[in-house]
Design a protein around this ligand. Structure first.
Ligand code: CO
Length: 207
């Protein structure tokens, strides 16, 4: 007997509803995807990318992990970013954190959680680099988004795109579980001039 039968039932109902509204929907989507956005968000089940910005399948490319971290040694995230920027040619990368993030809250504690502590180290580093005392979870959620926006911009992928003249903006947003609303943290970066010089790759470094 098939496990999780209700999910297959949900799926058949959903596919039928979509096809009723637009009989060619799946045929068109199977032929190509051209989303203008890459969403980098938290894996938290309460922050589903498509739903909270009202986008249909095919309209947003998505990468999610614990606490929306962009690490320059994470080939998973970098591969998603490379494909989104170089193949799909997205115009916007959105790093979206959320208040009350369990990953960020865990990073603020001094208790061991096992393997994930290696991942949460990235967020502890954000706390330490802020040189602020008494940061609560929500403030660290915001600082983490800002740090991950910069991390996206520091990648060779984004810097190469800007050097080619590709139109690409990186945004920092935060979502509230309490009311379902997004807030723009006004961190939009669209060119390397806004980055610290140590992270800027000039023309001379282009191979
Ligand atoms: Co979270």
């Amino acid at each position: 007997m098939r496990e999780l039968k209700h999910l297959f039932e949900n799926n058949r109902r959903w596919a039928a509803e979509v096809s009723d509204r637009d009989p060619d929907f799946f045929k068109k989507l199977a032929a190509q995807q051209a989303p203008p956005y890459l969403w980098i968000g938290c894996a938290d089940s309460r922050v589903p990318a498509n739903q909270i910005v009202g986008l249909a399948p095919g309209e947003v490319f998505v990468h999610r992990n614990v606490a929306n971290v962009v690490s320059h040694t994470d080939f998973n995230c970098l591969s998603v970013l490379q494909y989104a920027v170089e193949v799909l040619k997205v115009r916007h990368v959105i790093v979206c954190g959320h208040y009350g993030c369990g990953g960020v809250a865990a990073a603020l504690q001094d208790v061991p959680f096992g393997l994930i502590d290696n991942w949460l180290r990235h967020i502890k580093d954000v706390y330490e680099a802020s040189r602020l005392d008494d940061i609560d979870t929500n403030k660290l959620c915001e600082l983490n988004v800002a740090a991950q926006v910069r991390n996206v911009c520091h990648t060779t992928i984004v810097q190469d795109a800007w050097r080619r003249g590709q139109d690409l903006s990186v945004h920092g947003w935060i979502y509230s579980l309490e009311d379902g609303l997004l807030r723009d943290l006004d961190l939009c970066i669209s060119s390397p001039e806004l980055l610290a010089s140590i992270y800027r790759m000039g023309e001379s470094s282009a191979a």
